[in-house]
Design a protein around this ligand. Structure first.
Ligand code: GLU
Length: 508
């Protein structure tokens, strides 16, 4: 059996959309599941759309996600180079082969002539306003000009393009692994440009030639390429490579949260979630777009949520490591219809990973965040805070928002809460409690818990009379986790100080 070889073939025209990462991921999962190769190929033949930094961004994004390629730029491999701009000289011979076999032709039409043709067809309503098997006969090309004229034009250095000569009356059929049988009649196809006189191939030619030369067995890509697939089939046929043609699988779109249309950068801005894996600063406009990494997502969570946007395991399982995804993935569980992106669900995934993370890792991460914020805290303390608070948040970064009271004593007290729960006798009760706490040998959550309950029982004080005031003193509000746990982390001295200060300053 031939070894499975797939590729992710982005064009470096800007940051990689999360839909692009999903395409890379599905390729990766498919390859690894079959023990095959996953290639990264940079399709940078369109110099006008080249954006500096985009290629690095793409590679960094994949690395962040843990999607490693077996062959690609920098990594190298037996079928390199893997950047199309470095393969430039290779494409011309295939364009010439197509010309010689009559499967393609030279065309010399100016932009004005092309526009006039479209307008004429529209006015006559005589077909599709495009360069195709009908309209080409009235245009300036090697089908209508004599051989000498063509040779002269080329010799004079006139601009030309090489167009595919689509069949006139033929149904092109392809079996898509996701969409099933796809049929297109050749009169719907335009004679796409394959090669330009500046020596550059267009996407279509370069893409097909490279898939062939790199021995790609499956082309897994976004649905937006489905309209190009019949052309690619024709190219394989015209180049005599039909037996080596890869299988196609076109992935459904990622849709806006309300299901109306393709998920776009603007939806992210409007609804407050990233659509890019990493933050991106546009080199021209200087505009910054947010990224999942910077928003505090774990790469594992991002990968997990992407995997389930279009594919389903056929079970209730939702949490998958990358290895588990490899194990479970198959193209026949990729749906045909678009998948709605749910930003709340995305957060839920991160929450699940936050709950699973070893506390040590979270402590370390928090230490870094703390340092960046200029907060002085011990890693050990941060680890405990993570353990105590992670149930309540979706992101490690959020812990600071909710755990601020650990790092500084309340400067003021929640007024509404105080008004309701801070009574005349609260200060006295709290001060009595401090003498009990003072005497605790081991100031652990367990010991504190016990001491508080004994104190309440012995003095006939209900929890409702003690706890809200104690919470207000320690936290400054009515929120937060278990009070014994909080005191354990704060330590005896700090806890007692906070209680005394509230008892002295807060009036009922
Ligand atoms: N360069 C194309 C893109 O940017 C590749 C499409 C394909 O996978 O064939 O998406």
């Amino acid at each position: 059996m031939t070894k499975v070889r797939v590729r992710f073939a982005p064009s470096p025209t800007g940051p990689l959309h999360m839909g692009g990462v999903r395409t890379a991921l599905y390729n990766y999962l498919f390859a690894k599941k079959q023990g095959g190769d996953f290639l990264l190929r940079i399709e940078d033949t369109d110099q006008n759309r080249y954006v500096p930094g985009a290629e690095d961004y793409i590679m960094e994004s994949l690395r962040w996600c843990g999607i490693h390629w077996d062959e690609g730029p920098e990594t190298g491999g037996p079928f390199g180079p893997y950047r199309q701009s470095e393969r430039k000289d290779l494409y011309r011979q295939y364009a010439m082969q197509l010309i010689e076999s009559g499967k393609a032709y030279y065309a010399f039409d100016t932009p004005e002539e092309l526009e006039a043709m479209r307008q004429r067809i529209e006015a006559e309503k005589s077909g599709n306003p495009q360069y195709d098997s009908r309209s080409r006969l009235s245009m300036k090309n090697s089908l209508t000009l004599s051989e000498e004229e063509v040779a002269q034009k080329i010799a004079r250095g006139e601009n030309y393009v090489i167009r595919i000569k689509n069949p006139e009356d033929e149904e092109i059929v392809l079996e898509d692994l996701i969409r099933g049988t796809v049929k297109v009649h050749s009169w719907q196809l335009d004679d796409k440009v394959l090669f330009k006189s500046d020596g550059m191939p267009t996407y279509h030619l370069a893409n097909v030639v490279d898939d062939y030369l790199m021995k790609i067995t499956h082309v897994i890509r976004g649905e937006e390429w489905l309209p190009s697939a019949p052309l690619h089939v024709l190219l394989y046929r015209s180049l005599g490579w039909e037996a080596q043609m890869p299988r196609f699988a076109h992935l459904p779109l990622l849709l806006k949260p309300d299901g109306n249309g393709k998920l776009s950068k603007r939806d992210g801005d409007r609804l407050g979630f990233p659509v890019f894996p990493l933050q991106w600063k546009d080199p021209k406009s200087g505009e910054t777009s947010s990224g999942y990494r910077e928003a505090g997502y774990f790469p594992e969570a991002f990968v997990n949520l992407l995997a389930l946007l279009g594919w389903n395991p056929g079970t209730e399982q939702e949490i998958f490591s990358l290895d588990e995804l490899v194990e479970a993935f198959s193209l026949d569980r990729v749906g045909k219809s678009g998948s709605k992106f749910d930003p709340e669900k995305a957060k839920w995934f991160n929450h699940q990973y936050l709950l699973q993370k070893p506390l040590q890792d979270l402590g370390r991460e928090l230490k870094e965040i703390a340092q960046a914020k200029g907060i002085d805290a011990r890693e050990e303390q941060l680890t405990s805070i993570a353990g105590l608070m992670r149930e309540r948040v979706n992101f490690t970064t959020e812990l600071f928002g909710q755990a601020g009271f650990f790092f500084s004593a309340p400067k003021e007290y929640d007024e509404a809460f105080a008004k309701k729960r801070w009574k005349e006798d609260t200060p006295a009760i709290l001060l009595d409690l401090t003498s009990v706490l003072e005497n605790l040998q081991a100031f652990t959550a367990e010991a504190i818990h016990k001491a508080i309950h004994t104190f309440m029982e012995e003095n006939g004080i209900g929890a409702g009379k003690l706890m809200p005031g104690l919470r207000l003193a320690l936290v400054g509000s009515g929120m937060g986790p278990d009070l014994s746990e909080i005191m354990d982390i704060l330590g005896k001295q700090e806890s007692l100080q906070r209680i005394r200060r509230a008892a002295e300053t807060l009036k009922a």
